[in-house]
Design a protein around this ligand. Sequence first.
Ligand code: SF4
Length: 143
Amino acid sequence: MKVAVSACLVGKNTKYNGGNNYNEAVMKYLLDKEYVTICPEVIGGLPTPRIPSERKGNKVINKIGEDVTINFFDGAQKEIEKLLKESINIIIVKEKSPSCGYKQIYDGTFTNTLTEGNGVFVDLALQNGFIIYTEKDIEKMVD
Ligand code: SF4
């Protein structure tokens, strides 16, 4: 089985603040699997570190009010094209991210408030038939 995973979950420093979201359970789950990493924000041309962004409907705006929608959608499209070529069906994503979040994301007000919804990349992944797990799902599976 071939899996894709948010790069920050396996310790790559792609997070907006230059750090990562290394996750022990995800690493354990991937031990006997072939996997590729994705980071739609970096592939979409944003620097690391970068100003944090939140999704607001079909737009993505960063904390200083710049519209970064094009970077998010372009990066999502490029990563999906890569995964379709690699015959991947499962993607493990970082929860709550404006790109990689699944079912819950921050609401665009930068007040730490969650709302129902997916990140830009996950929306596109679901439209293309991929199965999505967050790191929290993997933590329950691995325990
Ligand atoms: Fe991690 Fe996704 Fe954000 Fe990249 S875009 S740092 S993979 S959560």
